[in-house]
Design a protein around this ligand. Structure first.
Ligand code: NDP
Length: 450
């Protein structure tokens, strides 16, 4: 007798029971299951092999103690994790996040999402994520170095260029990757491409730093083109002022759009004249080098306002790019954007829209680019960094930019193919979920029940 397809509510209740208190993880699984359960109903081979249920159970989770000594000689104890979600289509791949808000639930949701995202790139990469509740903010360089070395002293046992290749994420940039790579090399005696996001002097890829933000804008450009619109002259609201936000802003400015806002975890700045290249360079120095606060922008540039404790979603715009963190854009924020006639919302951060906000955009027929498709440019160039490392070559920036553009166009095409509904409209969320799922599912079917 054919196996019956589970109903969504029943499926999610099961996930909730097996993962108590892990709200972010349950949310991420539900957002995918809503599109995949109807899809597997028409594809019995997937639901008979319980593929979705299996992808929603990480292959393994490694959790470990990380001890380090601060500058005052106090012994500090944090927790580290690596969630290896699924390696059906390639070695585990996904970033490391260092932030006080990191929990196992957050890393499980990120590793789950990463599995679909990496599949969408078409490159051979499985899904993983890791990190620690260590907060690098306010720590000295030496403290960050000691923490990274201690973290890698355990993590190195679980990773390798053909096993699992971590990268950066929130709180983990070139400095942290450098310290971790140095420790890995010391412990193993091997120079190998075990981390991506490295500096160019020791095997990093050109364009990796810019890739996520640029890729978001390339994906947005494709979405606008498919809707007979263009970027030139459009106004844009961006949240965040980290790696993704600033490189998305840079590319938008280069494409003739007007960037009105940036934010950090304390508030947002609104510059009605728009940021230009010079202002953006100053913000890069402030946030990426001096590690300052975005409020300082208003002391430097007159005409801009600072809104403490607020997110920028009430500012009228054509385009909104949430590029800070998960669940930063809720239903009310979505209503404000829709009320202000926003044309496109594209996710630079992972799961920045709550389920209700994402539903509101889909129902209103706004062009809505989900994270797993729109921000895949970073991991795609990380995949190209792995290829360069194993081939002992280094490709030029222009070549990589061409490859990134094509990759984002290809992801857009896949979303359109699987996301077009009977009325001809494109549901990018559904398209990304189905296209990302299918490749992983087919590989898992080939392996049998293991
Ligand atoms: P960064 O650490 O460089 O920047 C994060 C930015 O978000 C900072 O401006 C930070 O402000 C702000 N932020 C963090 N937490 C909050 C919060 N709770 N509320 C409001 N703002 C907050 O990280 P990235 O730019 O690398 O990553 C941003 C997002 O993009 C994350 O969701 C990440 O997973 C995702 N992403 C990143 C990729 C990459 O290549 N880097 C690839 C794909 C996705 P503050 O300075 O106050 O901390």
């Amino acid at each position: 007798m054919p196996k019956t397809v589970p109903d969504l509510r029943e499926f999610i209740e099961g996930v909730r029971e097996r993962n108590p208190g892990q709200e972010e993880f349950v949310q991420a699984v539900e957002d995918v299951a809503r599109d995949i359960i109807p899809f597997v109903a028409d594809n019995s081979r997937y639901h008979e092999a319980e593929i979705l249920r299996r992808i929603a159970e990480p292959d393994r989770i490694v959790s470990f103690r990380v001890c380090w000594e601060d500058d005052k000689r106090n012994v500090r104890v944090e927790r580290g994790w690596r969630v290896q979600n699924n390696n059906a289509v390639g070695p585990y791949k996904g970033g490391l996040r260092f932030s006080g808000s990191v929990t196992e639930s957050v890393l499980k949701f990120l590793a789950f999402e990463q599995t679909f995202k990496n599949s969408l790139t078409g490159l051979p990469m499985g899904g993983a994520k890791g990190g620690s509740n260590f907060n690098p903010k306010g720590k000295s360089d030496r403290e960050v170095m000691r923490f990274c070395q201690s973290f890698m002293s355990e993590l190195y046992r679980h990773i390798g260029p053909d096993t699992d290749v971590p990268a950066g994420d929130i709180g983990v940039g070139a400095r942290e990757i450098g310290y971790m790579f140095g420790q890995y090399k010391k412990l193993t005696g091997r120079w190998e491409g075990v981390l991506t996001g490295k500096a160019s002097e020791y095997g990093g890829s050109n364009l990796r730093t810019e890739a996520t933000g640029y890729g978001v804008v390339y994906f947005l450009r494709e979405m606008l083109e498919a809707a007979d619109e263009e970027l030139d002259g459009k106004s844009a609201v961006i949240s965040g002022s980290g790696n993704v936000a600033l490189h998305a802003a840079e590319k938008l400015i280069a494409e003739g759009a007007k960037v009105l806002t940036l934010s950090d975890s304390d508030g947002f700045i609104h510059d009605p004249d728009g940021l230009d290249e010079e202002k953006l360079e100053w913000v890069k120095g402030l946030k990426l080098e001096r590690r300052g606060r975005i409020s300082e922008y208003c002391e430097q540039f007159s005409g801009a306002d600072y809104h403490e404790g607020k997110a920028p979603w009430g500012v009228g715009c054509d385009i909104a790019l949430p590029c800070a963190t998960q669940n930063e854009l809720d239903k009310q924020a979505a209503k404000n954007l829709i009320g202000n006639q926003v044309k496109a919302v594209v996710e630079g951060a992972n799961m920045p829209s709550t389920t209700e906000a994402s539903d509101a955009f889909r129902e209103a027929g706004i062009l809505f680019g989900p994270a797993k498709a729109a921000n895949a440019g970073g991991v795609a160039v990380s995949g190209l960094e792995m290829s360069q490392n194993s081939g002992r070559v280094s490709w030029e920036r222009d070549k990589l930019d061409g490859m990134l553009t094509e990759l984002m166009q290809d992801i857009h095409r896949k979303c359109v193919e699987d996301g077009r509904n009977d009325e001809g409209a494109i549901d990018y969320v559904r398209g990304a979920n189905i296209a990302g799922f299918r490749k992983v599912a087919d590989a898992m079917l080939a392996f049998g029940v293991v």
